[in-house]
Design a protein around this ligand. Structure first.
Ligand SMILES: C[S@@+](CC[C@H](N)C(=O)[O-])C[C@H]1O[C@@H](n2cnc3c(N)ncnc32)[C@H](O)[C@@H]1O
Length: 536
């Protein structure tokens, strides 16, 4: 075997995932609502997520698909994966949750008949780079033939030039472990080589090589410590092909699919670039694909989450009011002082980060932002926002209603471009409740995950990291326990040494402990509500 040739070990993809199952988690950017939202912004009319049909290729143990199926009971979900062990694991969770709208199938995707059934959203996360070329073509063929007219496909993959050093190190490691067959021994031996290289590489004096190597190894080492299953499959599998973005778009084109956008929308924005860079892009790129390609050159991007749709779909590249009017808005930009008048042009300051503020004078802008702040965390349909804004302004102001909706759209896009985490657009209202009931009920998926692992997945498909005592509290929320009973349970678990509570000092007086736990439970329940973890 030479460096860079395909290694003999681990050549059966399904088997390698049976031996070391993947730590199967949710991926926010694959959620149908993300795909529908980005699709809507760029002019598609994607099918409503509440009743969508979703296919996931390489679904592993269903960690991504199961929380979606739970939060979207009107949808239908199909996952396929080559590994029977992972499919079995996923099925156990489905049975525990009694979900009837999801089906996991153990199947090689080469045997999947494109077009036999159709889907509104097709998800391929962490698979495309890790399969041989003929299966990559098959992925696009399935997307082409199985996607409904306005459907959206999500495909993620490793990207060049960002993955260049990783690619070299992967090949170096595969050469070093070429005689080893046992996955954990391959892992250990590969890590030993990395440690050796980080210390000794380029004793001969090529400082640039040594520095790049060290930085890359440092990053790879961190992943290995955090999640060795991920690491083994990422770096030591038979296939891992990084692509230039434009190569993937070309492949899509051969299957009559077109690039829609990045599921992580703000990665497409360029406000973080220098004026020179923006001028360069202006001068040297004609199309969006070219622009995105040059952005990878500038940013050395390593991973992409690309969305595709059918080639015949008409897209717009300038999202505006017509698109926003179909979406809901969640805004986390809060006024510093709610008493400032919104009906004249006095300055109103909004906090955007701990160090940053924005000041608005325009009554339409101020009124809309205050309305959104009051509704937080409820997603507000844009039409409601426009109507509520007009209703709060003095009669006859503004004279032109369409202009006021335009103004609201303009300010929301502006804030989203510069502070994407503060303004979120979406197409659905998740089944979360934001008030704490006397006997609160947590999402069944989150409760199940809280019993065994961290993070948990919330109802909008975000991963939420919780400390052990808060995971225990979440697990206790079965809709039958009052707050006093929840405090009892947590206190008992702490006294018996089952659950550590970091805010209680050792030897804490019983009365003091009880009061502290009561206060924290009340606070934490509100936090759970804000984090989309409660359903009743
Ligand atoms: C890196 S894992 C990603 C799993 C999951 N999508 C995620 O990101 O959490 C790749 C998955 O693809 C599956 N896989 C690989 N080759 C496959 C094939 N030919 N047909 C179906 N599944 C395959 C593996 O079994 C594995 O579960």
């Amino acid at each position: 075997m030479t460096v860079g040739s395909t290694p003999p070990a681990g050549s059966d993809a399904g088997k390698s995932y049976d031996e070391i199952p993947y730590a199967t988690l949710s991926h926010y950017f694959t959620h149908p609502d993300r795909l529908a939202t980005v699709g809507t912004l760029f002019g598609l009319l994607p099918p409503p997520v509440e009743s969508c049909r979703v296919l996931e290729l390489g679904c592993a143990g269903g960690g991504n698909l199961i929380p979606m199926a739970y939060a979207l009971p009107g949808g239908q979900f199909v996952g396929i994966d080559l590994s029977p062990v992972q499919i079995e694991q996923g099925q156990k969770y489905i049975d525990m949750l009694k979900l009837s709208n999801i089906c996991l199938v153990c199947q090689d995707l080469i045997d999947f008949a494109p077009g036999q059934a159709t889907f509104d959203y097709i998800l391929v996360h962490g698979v495309f780079s890790w399969i041989p070329p003929r299966l990559q073509e098959q992925v696009f063929e399935i997307c082409r033939q199985s996607l409904t007219a306005n459907g959206v496909a999500y495909i993620s993959y490793n990207v060049l030039p960002g993955w260049t050093m990783e690619q070299a190190l992967r090949q170096i490691m595969l050469f070093h472990i070429r005689q080893e067959n046992q996955p954990l021994q391959r892992f250990q031996k590969a890590l030993e080589l990395l440690d050796f290289l980080a210390k000794e590489a380029s004793a001969a004096g090529d400082e640039t090589y040594r520095d790049r190597l060290r930085k890359t190894i440092q990053r790879m080492r961190k992943y290995a410590d955090a999640n060795y299953q991920y690491w083994i499959h990422e770096y030591l599998e038979e296939f891992n092909t990084p692509f230039y973005f434009s190569q993937v778009v070309e492949m899509a084109d051969r299957h009559a699919m077109q690039y829609l956008a990045d599921s992580d929308l703000p990665t497409m924005y360029t406000h973080d670039l220098s004026d020179e860079s923006r001028q360069f892009l202006e001068k040297h790129t004609q199309t969006w694909v070219e622009r995105e390609q040059y952005l990878d050159f500038l940013r050395n991007r390593m991973f992409r989450r690309s969305l595709f749709c059918r080639q015949e779909a008409a897209l717009t590249r300038q999202p505006g009011l017509a698109q926003l009017a179909r979406l809901n808005v969640v805004s986390r930009i809060l006024p510093v002082d709610y008493q400032v008048s919104t009906v004249d042009d006095s300055p109103m300051v909004f906090e955007v980060t701990k160090e940053d503020i924005l000041t608005f004078h325009d009554p339409v802008q101020k009124t809309a932002l205050v309305y959104l702040a009051e509704q937080l965390p409820r997603p507000v349909p844009f039409s409601e926002l426009a109507q509520a804004t007009r209703a709060r302004l003095p009669a006859g102001y503004p004279q032109d209603q369409a202009a006021s909706a335009e103004e609201i759209a303009r300010v929301l896009f502006m804030i989203h471009t510069f502070y994407p985490s503060l303004i979120n657009f979406n197409t659905w209202v998740p089944p979360s409740i934001w008030e704490v009931n006397p006997q609160p009920t947590a999402s069944a998926v989150a409760r199940l995950l809280a019993a065994t692992s961290n993070p948990v997945t919330n109802l909008i498909h975000r991963r939420v990291d919780l400390e052990k005592h808060n995971r225990y509290l979440l697990w206790c929320l079965n809709g039958e326990r009052s707050q006093a009973e929840l405090v009892d349970m947590l206190e008992t678990a702490w006294r018996e040494g089952r659950i550590p509570i970091p805010y209680l000092k050792p030897g804490c007086e019983p009365q003091t402990a009880r009061e502290a736990i009561s206060a924290q439970v009340a606070f934490q329940l509100k936090d759970f509500a804000g984090l989309h973890l409660l359903v009743a």
